[in-house]
Design a protein around this ligand. Structure first.
Ligand code: FES
Length: 215
């Protein structure tokens, strides 16, 4: 009797004994118990993967962003828009990647050239965060003028508690502001300035500028 006849006999015996054909027989393939274990295990693994994969990606996303260079915001400025004599007031849309959130907000900064680099200064007073003003000959259009505060020594003035800063954003010794204005990182891309995150400065590090030279 060959294998085919043996298998047919086994199936006939199954039908006589149970009234139906047994799909699996011990020793020749999967038992019912094994089949159910594999089926349930596979279904469970698939459901777990469906649920946890998005959660893991969601949790790891901020780490991926922190590991990058930080987001850069494109502007319409060219290096030729700025000079070494006085800060120039300019605006742009800042793109912020903040952990799980990305959003755009309007921002304005003051830019001067120092030691062949742009010094892009924050408008945020380092005392309590008010918006500092510059020295203007046309305040409505923010057209720069020579320093006009404290006998021409300081260019920036904070309207909240009177802090003064020079043209490089360095605070006066008598100001309540404890530090110079922060500066922003930047890159020049196809001739346009792209602005990155800001960097805190101290009176000892006010001239430390990690940005690329502009020529
Ligand atoms: S917030 Fe600018 S001096 Fe106080």
């Amino acid at each position: 009797m060959d294998n085919t006849e043996n298998r047919q006999n086994d199936e006939n015996n199954d039908i006589k004994r149970t009234g139906s054909k047994a799909p699996f027989r011990k020793g020749r393939g999967l038992t019912r118990r094994q089949f159910l274990s594999y089926a349930l295990g596979g279904t469970g693994a698939f459901m777990a993967m469906t649920i946890f994969t998005p959660l893991v990606a969601f949790a790891v996303d901020p780490l991926r962003r922190l590991g990058g260079k930080g987001s850069l915001s494109a502007t319409t400025w060219r290096v030729s828009d700025f000079n070494e004599q006085l800060p120039t007031h300019v605006t742009y849309t800042e793109h912020i990647d903040d952990a799980w959130n990305s959003h755009d907000i309007p921002n304005d900064v003051y830019v001067i050239i120092y030691q062949n680099k742009l010094m892009i200064m924050s408008h945020v007073c380092t005392h309590l965060g008010c918006h500092v003003n510059g020295s203007y000959k046309d305040a409505a259009h923010k057209i720069s003028a020579p320093p006009q505060y404290d006998g021409g020594l300081y260019w920036f003035h904070c309207p909240c508690h009177g802090s003064l800063y020079n043209i490089y954003g360095v605070n006066s010794p008598t100001s309540p502001a404890p530090d110079p204005l922060s500066i922003y990182t930047y890159e020049i891309v196809n001739g346009y300035v792209h602005v990155g995150p800001d960097i805190k400065r101290t009176d000892a590090t006010w001239d430390v500028n990690p940005n690329p030279t502009i020529t």
